[in-house]
Design a protein around this ligand. Structure first.
Ligand SMILES: N[C@@H](CCC(=O)N[C@@H](CS)C(=O)NCC(=O)O)C(=O)O
Length: 268
């Protein structure tokens, strides 16, 4: 039996927060899921799995998707909704299925707590842990505007206002990360990798999906937020991403995902 089970659409950079942390502190995480399209024919539950044809035909537990699944009829069980009151994925569960943990940052914290004796990913004392929380909170503020923007792009249309909010959110987040790594810090908090670095990589990689939607931006006459001069504007932040994507705990999730997006856009 694993230490933590996570159900999600795949691939999803938000679950990397947990899988990268798990590699670093030797926690056994089980991931269940499938492509976003296929998840509409899955049973959303601790025992998540593809629905049988009979279950699919039955109408119990049908709920309309709201974020990222708009227009889909999802099969979230009553038990799933008790464990996950916001009804979102990634959705983590304790091994007995009784405790639901939602929000990818909190799922990552669960892994760090489970593995704290192996590696102090959540800081070495109350001050470091709280500074890590500061980065996770700042990341979530950025992630909110980023999510609205990316979902709009994937739906094929983005307003000037949504683009402007994401551009400003990115600028604030990137400036903070750049400052935190100045003048030549290797990690965001303390002297080693922490949840702050993991969360940073996952959220930035998620934002790289903008590169797969260049045609939609062009159609909307809007410039990409991840512009070609990013390395010049935020050298420490981009250097941090470059180093971490090659790190043995990060590379299995990050490397091929980013390479694919970079190839799609035809630039790096
Ligand atoms: N901030 C959350 C975001 C989770 C989220 O918004 N998930 C969406 C998919 S992108 C979802 O599960 N939607 C379910 C629905 O539409 O019913 C996290 O980091 O875990």
């Amino acid at each position: 039996m694993s230490d933590l089970r996570i159900f999600s659409y795949l691939p999803n950079p938000r679950i990397w927060k947990a899988t990268i942390a798990a590699r670093l502190c030797s926690v056994d995480v089980e991931v269940r899921g499938s492509s976003p399209t296929e998840l509409a024919s899955w049973r959303w539950d601790f025992d998540a799995r593809p629905l049988t044809p009979d279950e699919h035909a039955a109408s119990a537990d049908v709920r309309a998707g709201t974020v990222g699944f708009k227009g889909s009829s999802l099969r979230k069980t009553a038990a799933f909704m008790i464990a996950h009151p916001f009804g979102t994925v990634p959705a983590a569960f304790s091994p007995d299925g009784k405790t639901g943990i939602f929000e990818s940052n909190s799922i990552m914290r669960a892994v760090a707590r489970l593995g704290e004796r192996t590696f102090p990913l959540y800081g070495r004392d109350a001050y470091e842990a709280s500074r890590i929380d500061s980065f996770l909170d700042a990341s979530l503020v950025f992630a909110r505007d980023a999510q609205i923007y990316l979902l709009a792009l994937m739906a094929g249309t983005v307003s000037t206002e949504t683009h402007a909010r994401a551009r400003d959110a990115f600028a604030v987040y990137a400036a903070g990360i750049e400052q935190a790594l100045s003048p030549d810090r290797r990690w965001l908090v303390g002297d080693d990798v922490t949840l702050a670095d993991i969360c940073f990589v996952a959220e930035l990689c998620l934002f790289f999906n903008e590169r797969a939607t260049v045609a939609i931006l062009e159609k909307s006459a809007l410039p990409p937020i991840l512009h070609a001069q990013l390395g010049g504007a935020f050298p420490r932040m981009m250097g941090h991403l470059r180093r971490l994507r090659a790190h043995p705990a990060f590379a299995p999730d990050v490397e091929s995902y980013l390479t694919k997006l970079e190839t799609t856009s035809g630039r790096d």
